[in-house]
Design a binder for this molecule. Structure first.
Ligand code: FES
Length: 217
């Protein structure tokens, strides 16, 4: 499956869409960009993995699922807490049913971002969903469903690093439940609660919040 690799980049307000006082012309432009972006996303996400057609592959993450890398040289291998770098960057992952070994890659709405953060930086709600500071969120932008593919200095947050969707520059803070801190996204990314079981990261419950974009394609 072809996907945008996670990238680390500098954020710039020069390329950002305005967040307030949006004119009718800007709204039309955003809708057009959203439609084009969504079309592009759909085009890049045709199922290609052997697992994609297996029963359960398109079911949302379930309690007890393991997490496996969804890209890179170690694609398909378990996400190991010790391999995650404190403070990011995140890795992309799929849930995997431990009973059937089916990777839930049959729907792009199942792909998640996993990042290890200082637990002291997390707000109370986020901490309850974290496993030793490791948090997980949907990798699908809440605006027009592009992949959230960058890890950058926040446009308006000093040194804070955040998730960014390059389609229209929405940014999400993983320390605060992935709330929107910049850009046109209307809501936060869905959160996936995690726990640690015998040293392995496991899903502790279903997504919290809506997964996917809010604009039609
Ligand atoms: S799809 Fe528009 S900001 Fe992500």
């Amino acid at each position: 499956m072809s996907r945008t690799s996670f990238s680390i980049a500098s954020s710039s307000s020069d390329t950002a869409e305005p967040t307030a006082g949006v004119s009718a012309e800007q709204t039309r432009r955003d809708l057009l960009l959203g439609a084009l972006a969504t079309t592009a996303c759909l085009g890049c996400c045709a199922p290609a993995r052997a697992d994609d057609d297996q029963p359960g592959a398109d079911e949302r993450p379930q309690k007890g699922d393991l997490l496996v890398l969804s890209e890179g040289d170690n694609e398909g291998q378990l996400v190991k807490p010790d391999d995650l770098k404190l403070g990011g960057p995140p890795v992309r992952a799929w849930p995997k049913d431990p009973k059937t070994s089916v990777v839930r890659s049959g729907s792009r709405l199942n792909e998640i971002l996993v990042v290890k953060l200082d637990p002291n930086e997390l707000d109370e709600t986020t901490r309850t969903r974290a496993a030793d500071g490791i948090v997980a969120y949907s990798a699908v932008c809440a605006h027009a469903a592009c992949p959230v593919s960058e890890w950058v200095k926040a446009d308006q947050g000093g040194d804070m690093t955040v998730f960014k969707c390059p389609c229209h520059n929405s940014e999400y803070d993983p320390r605060q439940g992935a709330q929107v801190v910049f850009g046109p996204a209307p809501r936060r990314l869905a959160a996936l609660p995690l726990s640690l079981s015998e040293g392995s990261l496991t899903v502790a419950g279903p997504f919290v919040g809506k997964v996917g974009g809010s604009q039609p394609g």
